[in-house]
Ligand binder design. Structure first.
Ligand SMILES: Cc1cc2nc3c(=O)[nH]c(=O)nc-3n(C[C@H](O)[C@H](O)[C@H](O)COP(=O)(O)OP(=O)(O)OC[C@H]3O[C@@H](n4cnc5c(N)ncnc54)[C@H](O)[C@@H]3O)c2cc1C
Length: 514
């Protein structure tokens, strides 16, 4: 990727700042239309919010409660597209809303019929009212006292960081150059004051990178204001950041394949308890914060709130000592309506084109990343005077496309790449060993991540390639020395590098451990 970037003399059609869902989607959309694209991520792909979501591909039952039918419909349409284009990464997830009051089953049952209707074809499965017996059979750990039954419905579930890696790969297969560990620190302007490039740094070599561009897109999520201020020091803030925390518990708290959804807890939030990769994911909170950070920390009151809320719905309430991992992501909520917004405002994403030509895309959700990307590239084509070409992503397969990925068992999210990971094991049988007895990840995945998925650090592997940090942070810390050794061998790094990697990973993991 570095060589591709260094070789290019002419301006790129698009340079994208930020390697989360928004940036990756834009890179895929623009590259597959045939534009020349470079994407720069300051840390690793998905280091920001895009690896820290609830991992639901959904229309948003919450928006339905608010009566925002257009948003729900758009989310449901994207939900279907994503499952069709990336069946190895998205599957249907049954969820039950437990009913403890007499009115809840007819009320939520009717709402979810509307959800079904808006979804159109029943690709994910129809909703239905379920009896108390069926609810308890499906969710045996649920609190049975006063339970009247429930409403069963379906949404999509996906692995956020893995989808992101596959999107980066898709973009690169269409010719995009995507680079991680390369922060953008400046924007260059021509004599007329229009932005004509970015200045970045390759963190590994320390070298400066200068990329001339016809259009620069700011897809930095919660960091959007910092980049907007590089373009225009006086620009008003647009993001009101708020953080959301999840806890991960052992599978015994929610055995089976069905999730629990509580539409209204205390302050009006939604609570999910979801089976995820052999564990139970519980979230989320919504806490306004003053400043954004790449490593947001969970607050004690968030953890207490999650434990007490989920505890009310389970026969055996979990305690702090049951928490295997805790992680926090920042919602890039758009506070003030920016002055230069040009996109349709019925959406929950915002696209701003400022007088210098900088395009900022923010808000939205993972589910609608493709739609956000299409809208952004349409704007970029106009702003940069690029030749008009229609978006092709509505039916574009994501790298690793495999309609029967479940047969790859714990390697299913790799889709069509899974046999190649198994082939590494045939060459070197030590790579078949699990990296930890409590998690299924094997050494071959580390080698694969280093060779083909641009993993450069122990954190890149354990947080966003094999997800160990998010599933069981103590196990991830125990895995770090072996991962450092494998990575060191692949990347030609010495033992001092390996030791410092283990130390810095340990420091990051601290905030994931209670
Ligand atoms: C708690 C929580 C739960 C959520 N759950 C869901 C869900 O279940 N389903 C759903 O559809 N959506 C969900 N969302 C929303 C979804 O996760 C976000 O909308 C999405 O991830 C935002 O992606 P992004 O690319 O805009 O931002 P980010 O993922 O934050 O990416 C921005 C990137 O820009 C990089 N960057 C910043 N500055 C620079 C710079 N100067 N140079 C280079 N790179 C830079 C950052 O390092 C970062 O990686 C959730 C959000 C939160 C907070």
């Amino acid at each position: 990727m570095l060589a591709r970037i260094a070789r290019r003399q002419q301006p790129w059609d698009l340079v994208i700042i930020g390697g989360g869902a928004t940036g990756a989607g834009i890179a895929v959309d623009a590259a597959s239309r045939g534009y020349s694209v470079a994407l720069l991520e300051q840390s690793d792909f998905g280091k920001g919010t895009s690896s820290r979501s609830t991992k639901l591909v959904h229309g948003g039952v919450r928006y339905l409660q608010q009566g925002n039918v257009t948003l729900v419909k758009e989310g449901l349409q994207e939900r279907s597209r994503l499952r069709r284009n990336a069946p190895h990464l998205v599957h249907s997830l049954p969820l039950i809303i437990p009913a403890y009051d007499w009115w809840e089953r007819p009320w939520y049952g009717t709402g979810l019929k509307v959800y079904d209707l808006l979804a159109g074809r029943a690709e994910f499965g129809r909703s239905r009212i379920v009896s108390r017996e069926e609810t308890m059979r499906t969710l045996p750990t649920l609190q049975p006292d006063h339970l009247k039954g429930g409403v069963l419905y379906h949404d999509g579930q996906f692995d956020d960081a893995r989808l992101l890696i596959h999107l980066m790969w898709t973009a690169s297969e269409h010719g995009a150059s995507v680079l991680n560990h390369a922060p953008v620190s400046g924007l260059s302007k021509n004599t007329a004051g229009a932005i004509d490039g970015v200045v970045a740094q390759d963190l590994e070599s320390g070298r400066e990178l200068r990329l001339p561009a016809r259009v620069v897109v700011n897809a930095t999520g919660a960091f959007a204001d910092q980049v907007r201020q590089l373009a225009n020091a006086g620009s008003e803030r647009m993001i009101a950041p708020s953080q959301g925390t999840h806890i991960v518990l052992p599978r015994r708290f929610l055995p089976g394949d069905t999730a629990v959804m509580v539409p209204r807890v205390g302050d009006g939030r939604v609570m999910f308890a979801i089976p995820w990769r052999g564990h139970t994911l519980v979230g989320t909170t919504d806490t306004p914060i003053a400043a954004v950070s790449l490593d947001p920390r969970p607050l004690d009151e968030e953890i207490n709130a999650l434990l007490s809320t989920v505890g009310r719905y389970l026969r055996q309430p979990p305690s702090r000592s049951d928490v295997l991992s805790v992680f926090t992501g920042i919602r890039p909520l758009v506070s003030a309506k920016p002055t230069h917004v040009t996109a349709a405002l019925s959406r929950d994403h915002t696209i701003e084109v400022d007088p210098s030509g900088l395009i900022t895309t923010t808000g939205g959700k993972w589910t609608t990343y493709r739609r956000m990307a299409e809208d952004t590239v349409d704007r970029a084509v106009v702003a940069g005077g690029l030749p008009q070409r229609p978006s092709a992503t509505a039916s574009l397969h994501v790298h690793g496309y495999d309609a029967d990925a479940a047969r790859h068992r714990h390697l299913s999210t790799y889709g069509a790449d899974a046999p190649e990971i198994n082939a590494l094991v045939i060459q070197d049988s030590t790579l078949a060993e699990p990296l930890h007895p409590d998690l299924p990840s094997i050494g071959a995945e580390v080698v694969w991540a280093a060779r083909f998925e641009m993993a450069r650090t122990v954190e890149d592997v354990l947080a966003r390639r094999v997800r160990a940090l998010f599933l069981n942070a103590r196990a991830a810390v125990a895995m770090a020395p072996r991962v450092a050794a494998l990575l060191g061998r692949e990347l030609g790094r010495d033992e001092a590098w390996q030791r410092s990697q283990v130390a810095s990973f340990g420091a990051i993991a601290e905030s994931y451990i209670l």
